[in-house]
Design a protein around this ligand. Sequence first.
Ligand SMILES: Cc1cc2nc3c(=O)[nH]c(=O)nc-3n(C[C@H](O)[C@H](O)[C@H](O)COP(=O)(O)OP(=O)(O)OC[C@H]3O[C@@H](n4cnc5c(N)ncnc54)[C@H](O)[C@@H]3O)c2cc1C
Ligand code: SF4
Length: 327
Amino acid sequence: MMRLPKFEYRVPRAIGEAVKIMAGSGPQGQFVAGGTDLYPNMKRRQQTPQTVISVMRLPELNQITGDGAAGVRIGASVTLTDICEHPLINRDYPVIAHAARTISTPILRNMGTIGGNLLLDTRCNYYDQNYEWRKGINFCLKKDGDVCWVAPGSSKCWAVQSSDLVPVMVAIGAKFRLASTLGERMIDAAGFYNDDGIDYLKKRPDELLVDIHLPPLNGWRASYQKLRRRGAFDFPVLGVAAWVNLSEEGTVKSAKLILGGVGPAPVEVKEAEAALIGQPLNEERMRAAAEACYVKVRPLDNTDFLMNWRKQMARPLGFKALEELSR
Ligand SMILES: Cc1cc2nc3c(=O)[nH]c(=O)nc-3n(C[C@H](O)[C@H](O)[C@H](O)COP(=O)(O)OP(=O)(O)OC[C@H]3O[C@@H](n4cnc5c(N)ncnc54)[C@H](O)[C@@H]3O)c2cc1C
Ligand code: SF4
Protein backbone atom coordinates (compact mmCIF):
# COMPACT_ATOMS: atom_id res chain seq x y z
CA MET A 1 0.00 0.00 0.00
CA MET A 2 1.30 3.50 -0.85
CA ARG A 3 1.38 5.83 2.13
CA LEU A 4 1.44 9.62 2.29
CA PRO A 5 4.71 11.12 3.54
CA LYS A 6 4.53 13.22 6.72
CA PHE A 7 3.50 16.86 6.25
CA GLU A 8 2.06 19.79 8.18
CA TYR A 9 -1.57 20.56 7.26
CA ARG A 10 -2.89 24.13 7.50
CA VAL A 11 -6.47 25.31 7.02
CA PRO A 12 -6.61 29.11 6.59
CA ARG A 13 -9.99 30.91 6.70
CA ALA A 14 -9.13 33.98 4.58
CA ILE A 15 -7.20 34.59 1.36
CA GLY A 16 -4.74 36.94 3.11
CA GLU A 17 -3.96 34.25 5.68
CA ALA A 18 -3.56 31.55 2.99
CA VAL A 19 -1.06 33.50 0.89
CA LYS A 20 0.88 34.51 4.01
CA ILE A 21 1.26 30.88 5.09
CA MET A 22 2.38 30.01 1.57
CA ALA A 23 4.93 32.84 1.47
CA GLY A 24 6.28 31.69 4.85
CA SER A 25 6.54 28.05 3.66
CA GLY A 26 8.68 28.86 0.60
CA PRO A 27 9.23 26.07 -1.95
CA GLN A 28 8.16 23.46 0.65
CA GLY A 29 4.56 24.78 0.62
CA GLN A 30 1.75 23.67 -1.69
CA PHE A 31 -1.95 24.44 -1.85
CA VAL A 32 -4.45 21.60 -1.88
CA ALA A 33 -8.15 21.63 -2.78
CA GLY A 34 -9.90 18.23 -3.11
CA GLY A 35 -6.54 16.44 -3.12
CA THR A 36 -7.59 13.98 -5.85
CA ASP A 37 -4.49 14.84 -7.88
CA LEU A 38 -2.05 16.06 -5.23
CA TYR A 39 -2.42 13.24 -2.69
CA PRO A 40 -1.84 10.41 -5.20
CA ASN A 41 1.19 12.37 -6.47
CA MET A 42 2.49 12.65 -2.90
CA LYS A 43 1.98 8.92 -2.35
CA ARG A 44 4.05 8.28 -5.48
CA ARG A 45 6.67 10.82 -4.22
CA GLN A 46 6.26 12.92 -7.36
CA GLN A 47 5.49 15.94 -5.18
CA THR A 48 6.70 16.13 -1.58
CA PRO A 49 5.54 19.38 0.08
CA GLN A 50 6.21 19.69 3.79
CA THR A 51 3.39 22.20 4.33
CA VAL A 52 0.06 21.54 2.66
CA ILE A 53 -2.36 24.48 2.74
CA SER A 54 -6.04 23.73 2.19
CA VAL A 55 -8.04 26.19 0.06
CA MET A 56 -11.41 24.61 0.92
CA ARG A 57 -12.35 26.94 3.80
CA LEU A 58 -11.80 30.22 1.96
CA PRO A 59 -15.35 31.61 1.52
CA GLU A 60 -14.52 33.64 -1.60
CA LEU A 61 -13.29 30.50 -3.36
CA ASN A 62 -16.56 28.65 -2.73
CA GLN A 63 -18.97 30.97 -4.57
CA ILE A 64 -20.54 31.22 -8.00
CA THR A 65 -21.74 34.77 -8.79
CA GLY A 66 -23.04 36.71 -11.81
CA ASP A 67 -24.98 35.52 -14.83
CA GLY A 68 -24.59 34.97 -18.55
CA ALA A 69 -25.45 38.60 -19.40
CA ALA A 70 -22.70 40.08 -17.22
CA GLY A 71 -20.30 37.13 -17.03
CA VAL A 72 -19.83 34.64 -14.19
CA ARG A 73 -17.16 34.19 -11.50
CA ILE A 74 -16.59 30.67 -10.24
CA GLY A 75 -14.52 30.29 -7.07
CA ALA A 76 -11.57 27.91 -7.50
CA SER A 77 -12.75 25.61 -4.67
CA VAL A 78 -16.22 24.95 -6.12
CA THR A 79 -16.49 21.19 -6.57
CA LEU A 80 -16.98 19.56 -9.95
CA THR A 81 -20.31 18.13 -8.73
CA ASP A 82 -21.52 21.64 -7.94
CA ILE A 83 -20.43 22.77 -11.42
CA CYS A 84 -22.33 19.84 -13.00
CA GLU A 85 -25.50 20.57 -11.02
CA HIS A 86 -25.54 24.37 -10.83
CA PRO A 87 -28.69 25.72 -12.58
CA LEU A 88 -26.97 28.90 -13.83
CA ILE A 89 -23.98 27.04 -15.28
CA ASN A 90 -26.32 24.54 -16.94
CA ARG A 91 -28.48 27.31 -18.38
CA ASP A 92 -25.84 29.82 -19.52
CA TYR A 93 -22.62 27.78 -19.89
CA PRO A 94 -23.83 24.22 -20.65
CA VAL A 95 -20.45 23.35 -22.25
CA ILE A 96 -18.77 23.71 -18.84
CA ALA A 97 -21.33 21.52 -17.07
CA HIS A 98 -20.99 18.96 -19.88
CA ALA A 99 -17.18 18.89 -19.79
CA ALA A 100 -17.21 18.63 -15.98
CA ARG A 101 -19.62 15.67 -16.17
CA THR A 102 -17.07 13.79 -18.30
CA ILE A 103 -14.43 14.01 -15.54
CA SER A 104 -13.83 10.70 -13.81
CA THR A 105 -16.56 9.38 -11.47
CA PRO A 106 -19.24 10.95 -9.20
CA ILE A 107 -17.13 10.23 -6.09
CA LEU A 108 -14.11 12.03 -7.52
CA ARG A 109 -16.29 14.94 -8.69
CA ASN A 110 -17.63 15.32 -5.14
CA MET A 111 -14.06 15.92 -3.93
CA GLY A 112 -12.31 17.44 -6.95
CA THR A 113 -12.59 21.17 -7.62
CA ILE A 114 -12.60 23.32 -10.73
CA GLY A 115 -9.38 25.04 -9.59
CA GLY A 116 -7.57 21.73 -9.04
CA ASN A 117 -8.72 20.61 -12.47
CA LEU A 118 -7.34 23.71 -14.20
CA LEU A 119 -3.98 23.27 -12.41
CA LEU A 120 -3.76 19.50 -12.83
CA ASP A 121 -0.25 18.05 -13.11
CA THR A 122 0.69 16.88 -16.61
CA ARG A 123 0.52 13.11 -17.16
CA CYS A 124 2.73 10.45 -18.79
CA ASN A 125 2.88 6.64 -18.70
CA TYR A 126 6.49 6.83 -17.47
CA TYR A 127 5.66 9.29 -14.68
CA ASP A 128 2.28 8.24 -13.25
CA GLN A 129 3.82 5.21 -11.54
CA ASN A 130 4.85 4.47 -7.98
CA TYR A 131 8.33 5.34 -6.67
CA GLU A 132 9.77 1.83 -7.09
CA TRP A 133 8.52 1.55 -10.69
CA ARG A 134 10.08 4.92 -11.57
CA LYS A 135 13.27 3.99 -9.76
CA GLY A 136 13.38 0.79 -11.85
CA ILE A 137 13.77 2.89 -15.03
CA ASN A 138 16.14 5.34 -13.30
CA PHE A 139 13.36 7.96 -13.17
CA CYS A 140 12.89 10.58 -15.93
CA LEU A 141 13.40 14.29 -16.60
CA LYS A 142 10.13 15.33 -15.00
CA LYS A 143 11.18 14.05 -11.58
CA ASP A 144 14.52 12.77 -10.25
CA GLY A 145 16.00 11.62 -13.62
CA ASP A 146 17.86 13.04 -16.58
CA VAL A 147 16.31 11.41 -19.64
CA CYS A 148 12.90 11.54 -21.30
CA TRP A 149 11.80 7.96 -22.04
CA VAL A 150 9.24 9.16 -24.59
CA ALA A 151 11.71 11.22 -26.65
CA PRO A 152 15.19 10.25 -25.39
CA GLY A 153 16.94 12.86 -27.56
CA SER A 154 14.76 15.64 -26.19
CA SER A 155 15.68 18.09 -23.44
CA LYS A 156 11.98 18.81 -22.97
CA CYS A 157 9.29 16.88 -21.09
CA TRP A 158 6.25 15.99 -23.21
CA ALA A 159 3.89 14.99 -20.38
CA VAL A 160 0.32 15.70 -21.38
CA GLN A 161 -2.14 18.35 -20.26
CA SER A 162 -5.03 16.06 -19.28
CA SER A 163 -7.79 18.28 -17.92
CA ASP A 164 -11.20 18.28 -19.58
CA LEU A 165 -11.96 21.85 -18.57
CA VAL A 166 -8.71 23.44 -19.79
CA PRO A 167 -9.49 23.34 -23.56
CA VAL A 168 -13.00 24.62 -22.86
CA MET A 169 -11.74 27.56 -20.76
CA VAL A 170 -9.21 28.48 -23.45
CA ALA A 171 -11.82 28.22 -26.22
CA ILE A 172 -14.40 30.45 -24.52
CA GLY A 173 -11.83 33.06 -23.43
CA ALA A 174 -12.02 32.65 -19.64
CA LYS A 175 -9.66 34.56 -17.33
CA PHE A 176 -8.10 33.45 -14.06
CA ARG A 177 -7.49 35.63 -10.95
CA LEU A 178 -4.33 34.85 -9.00
CA ALA A 179 -3.34 36.20 -5.56
CA SER A 180 -0.15 36.22 -3.50
CA THR A 181 1.44 38.42 -0.84
CA LEU A 182 2.65 40.56 -3.78
CA GLY A 183 -0.94 41.35 -4.86
CA GLU A 184 -3.41 40.14 -7.46
CA ARG A 185 -3.30 39.68 -11.22
CA MET A 186 -5.60 38.44 -13.98
CA ILE A 187 -4.39 36.15 -16.72
CA ASP A 188 -6.10 34.81 -19.85
CA ALA A 189 -6.62 31.04 -19.88
CA ALA A 190 -5.15 31.13 -23.40
CA GLY A 191 -1.81 32.41 -22.08
CA PHE A 192 -1.73 30.39 -18.87
CA TYR A 193 -0.30 27.06 -20.10
CA ASN A 194 3.32 26.47 -21.14
CA ASP A 195 4.25 23.88 -23.77
CA ASP A 196 6.52 22.14 -21.25
CA GLY A 197 5.47 19.09 -19.21
CA ILE A 198 7.53 20.19 -16.19
CA ASP A 199 7.01 23.96 -16.08
CA TYR A 200 3.47 23.71 -17.42
CA LEU A 201 1.85 26.78 -15.84
CA LYS A 202 2.48 30.54 -15.95
CA LYS A 203 1.43 30.57 -12.27
CA ARG A 204 4.18 30.98 -9.66
CA PRO A 205 4.07 28.28 -6.95
CA ASP A 206 3.21 30.92 -4.29
CA GLU A 207 0.15 32.15 -6.22
CA LEU A 208 -3.35 31.12 -5.20
CA LEU A 209 -5.95 30.64 -7.93
CA VAL A 210 -8.88 32.63 -6.55
CA ASP A 211 -11.53 32.41 -9.25
CA ILE A 212 -12.36 31.83 -12.88
CA HIS A 213 -14.07 34.61 -14.86
CA LEU A 214 -16.35 33.43 -17.66
CA PRO A 215 -17.04 35.99 -20.41
CA PRO A 216 -20.57 37.34 -20.96
CA LEU A 217 -22.70 35.54 -23.51
CA ASN A 218 -22.99 37.64 -26.65
CA GLY A 219 -24.20 35.09 -29.11
CA TRP A 220 -21.35 32.58 -28.89
CA ARG A 221 -21.81 28.85 -28.37
CA ALA A 222 -19.31 26.16 -27.45
CA SER A 223 -19.07 22.36 -27.35
CA TYR A 224 -16.65 19.70 -26.08
CA GLN A 225 -15.84 16.18 -27.32
CA LYS A 226 -13.64 13.73 -25.41
CA LEU A 227 -11.78 10.56 -26.38
CA ARG A 228 -11.06 7.99 -23.64
CA ARG A 229 -11.11 4.23 -23.19
CA ARG A 230 -13.84 3.82 -20.55
CA GLY A 231 -16.78 6.21 -20.89
CA ALA A 232 -17.46 6.29 -17.16
CA PHE A 233 -13.98 6.99 -15.85
CA ASP A 234 -10.86 7.81 -17.82
CA PHE A 235 -8.72 10.88 -18.46
CA PRO A 236 -8.99 12.45 -21.93
CA VAL A 237 -6.37 11.31 -24.44
CA LEU A 238 -7.84 13.79 -26.91
CA GLY A 239 -10.32 16.56 -26.18
CA VAL A 240 -11.77 19.00 -28.71
CA ALA A 241 -13.36 22.26 -27.60
CA ALA A 242 -15.10 24.28 -30.31
CA TRP A 243 -16.39 27.85 -29.96
CA VAL A 244 -18.23 29.86 -32.62
CA ASN A 245 -20.04 33.15 -32.91
CA LEU A 246 -22.48 33.16 -35.84
CA SER A 247 -24.01 36.15 -37.62
CA GLU A 248 -27.79 36.37 -38.00
CA GLU A 249 -27.39 34.97 -41.52
CA GLY A 250 -25.56 31.94 -40.12
CA THR A 251 -22.00 32.77 -41.23
CA VAL A 252 -19.15 32.30 -38.79
CA LYS A 253 -18.00 35.67 -37.39
CA SER A 254 -15.34 34.14 -35.13
CA ALA A 255 -14.23 30.65 -34.14
CA LYS A 256 -11.83 28.79 -31.86
CA LEU A 257 -10.79 25.13 -32.02
CA ILE A 258 -8.70 23.96 -29.05
CA LEU A 259 -7.28 20.46 -28.63
CA GLY A 260 -6.45 19.00 -25.22
CA GLY A 261 -4.81 15.75 -24.13
CA VAL A 262 -2.23 15.74 -26.94
CA GLY A 263 0.72 17.75 -25.58
CA PRO A 264 1.93 19.66 -22.53
CA ALA A 265 -0.35 22.63 -23.37
CA PRO A 266 -3.71 22.98 -25.12
CA VAL A 267 -3.24 23.41 -28.89
CA GLU A 268 -5.07 26.09 -30.86
CA VAL A 269 -5.84 25.06 -34.46
CA LYS A 270 -5.75 28.41 -36.24
CA GLU A 271 -5.99 26.68 -39.64
CA ALA A 272 -9.38 25.22 -38.60
CA GLU A 273 -10.55 28.65 -37.50
CA ALA A 274 -9.45 30.16 -40.83
CA ALA A 275 -11.43 27.46 -42.66
CA LEU A 276 -14.60 28.57 -40.87
CA ILE A 277 -14.48 32.36 -40.55
CA GLY A 278 -16.67 34.25 -43.04
CA GLN A 279 -18.30 31.00 -44.20
CA PRO A 280 -21.59 29.28 -43.39
CA LEU A 281 -21.21 26.50 -40.81
CA ASN A 282 -22.00 23.77 -43.34
CA GLU A 283 -20.74 20.22 -43.77
CA GLU A 284 -18.00 21.13 -46.24
CA ARG A 285 -16.51 23.83 -43.96
CA MET A 286 -16.80 21.63 -40.87
CA ARG A 287 -14.98 18.81 -42.69
CA ALA A 288 -12.22 21.26 -43.74
CA ALA A 289 -11.84 22.43 -40.12
CA ALA A 290 -11.79 18.85 -38.83
CA GLU A 291 -9.09 17.99 -41.39
CA ALA A 292 -7.01 20.92 -40.08
CA CYS A 293 -7.32 19.45 -36.56
CA TYR A 294 -6.04 16.11 -37.87
CA VAL A 295 -3.10 17.74 -39.66
CA LYS A 296 -2.13 19.87 -36.65
CA VAL A 297 -2.23 17.31 -33.86
CA ARG A 298 0.98 15.38 -33.08
CA PRO A 299 0.41 13.14 -30.07
CA LEU A 300 3.32 11.16 -28.64
CA ASP A 301 3.33 7.61 -27.32
CA ASN A 302 2.89 8.42 -23.61
CA THR A 303 -0.81 7.94 -22.85
CA ASP A 304 -3.49 5.36 -23.55
CA PHE A 305 -4.18 4.20 -27.18
CA LEU A 306 -1.91 4.16 -30.23
CA MET A 307 -0.72 7.67 -31.03
CA ASN A 308 -1.61 7.34 -34.74
CA TRP A 309 -5.16 6.40 -33.87
CA ARG A 310 -5.44 9.34 -31.46
CA LYS A 311 -4.29 11.59 -34.31
CA GLN A 312 -6.88 10.13 -36.67
CA MET A 313 -9.62 10.62 -34.10
CA ALA A 314 -9.04 14.39 -34.26
CA ARG A 315 -11.03 14.33 -37.53
CA PRO A 316 -14.33 12.81 -36.30
CA LEU A 317 -14.14 14.54 -32.92
CA GLY A 318 -13.42 17.94 -34.51
CA PHE A 319 -16.36 17.41 -36.88
CA LYS A 320 -18.69 16.28 -34.08
CA ALA A 321 -17.79 19.27 -31.91
CA LEU A 322 -18.66 21.66 -34.76
CA GLU A 323 -21.73 19.74 -35.89
CA GLU A 324 -23.20 20.17 -32.41
CA LEU A 325 -22.90 23.95 -32.87
CA SER A 326 -24.50 23.92 -36.34
CA ARG A 327 -27.84 22.56 -35.06
C1 LIG B 1 -8.93 8.09 -11.00
C2 LIG B 1 -8.86 9.50 -11.47
C3 LIG B 1 -9.50 9.86 -12.64
C4 LIG B 1 -9.45 11.19 -13.09
N1 LIG B 1 -10.08 11.50 -14.26
C5 LIG B 1 -10.03 12.76 -14.74
C6 LIG B 1 -10.67 13.10 -15.97
O1 LIG B 1 -11.31 12.26 -16.63
N2 LIG B 1 -10.57 14.37 -16.41
C7 LIG B 1 -9.89 15.33 -15.73
O2 LIG B 1 -9.85 16.48 -16.18
N3 LIG B 1 -9.28 15.06 -14.56
C8 LIG B 1 -9.33 13.79 -14.04
N4 LIG B 1 -8.73 13.49 -12.86
C9 LIG B 1 -7.83 14.50 -12.25
C10 LIG B 1 -8.30 15.30 -11.00
O3 LIG B 1 -8.66 14.48 -9.96
C11 LIG B 1 -9.38 16.30 -11.28
O4 LIG B 1 -8.93 17.08 -12.34
C12 LIG B 1 -9.74 17.21 -10.10
O5 LIG B 1 -10.57 18.24 -10.57
C13 LIG B 1 -8.56 17.85 -9.38
O6 LIG B 1 -9.10 18.73 -8.40
P1 LIG B 1 -8.65 18.69 -6.87
O7 LIG B 1 -9.42 19.75 -6.19
O8 LIG B 1 -8.77 17.32 -6.30
O9 LIG B 1 -7.11 19.08 -7.05
P2 LIG B 1 -5.93 18.93 -5.99
O10 LIG B 1 -5.39 17.55 -6.06
O11 LIG B 1 -6.32 19.45 -4.67
O12 LIG B 1 -4.89 19.96 -6.63
C14 LIG B 1 -4.37 19.79 -7.93
C15 LIG B 1 -3.24 20.82 -8.12
O13 LIG B 1 -3.77 22.13 -8.06
C16 LIG B 1 -3.17 22.89 -6.99
N5 LIG B 1 -4.25 23.71 -6.45
C17 LIG B 1 -5.52 23.31 -6.18
N6 LIG B 1 -6.28 24.38 -5.88
C18 LIG B 1 -5.48 25.48 -5.94
C19 LIG B 1 -5.69 26.89 -5.79
N7 LIG B 1 -6.90 27.39 -5.51
N8 LIG B 1 -4.65 27.73 -5.97
C20 LIG B 1 -3.41 27.24 -6.27
N9 LIG B 1 -3.14 25.93 -6.43
C21 LIG B 1 -4.18 25.06 -6.29
C22 LIG B 1 -2.57 21.86 -6.06
O14 LIG B 1 -1.43 22.38 -5.39
C23 LIG B 1 -2.18 20.76 -7.05
O15 LIG B 1 -0.96 21.10 -7.66
C24 LIG B 1 -8.76 12.18 -12.36
C25 LIG B 1 -8.13 11.81 -11.17
C26 LIG B 1 -8.17 10.49 -10.72
C27 LIG B 1 -7.50 10.16 -9.44
S1 SF4 C 1 7.45 12.97 -21.30
FE1 SF4 C 1 9.50 12.19 -20.82
S2 SF4 C 1 10.30 13.50 -19.18
FE2 SF4 C 1 8.11 13.87 -19.36
S3 SF4 C 1 7.17 12.51 -17.83
FE3 SF4 C 1 7.21 11.37 -19.76
S4 SF4 C 1 9.13 10.25 -19.78
FE4 SF4 C 1 9.27 11.79 -18.18
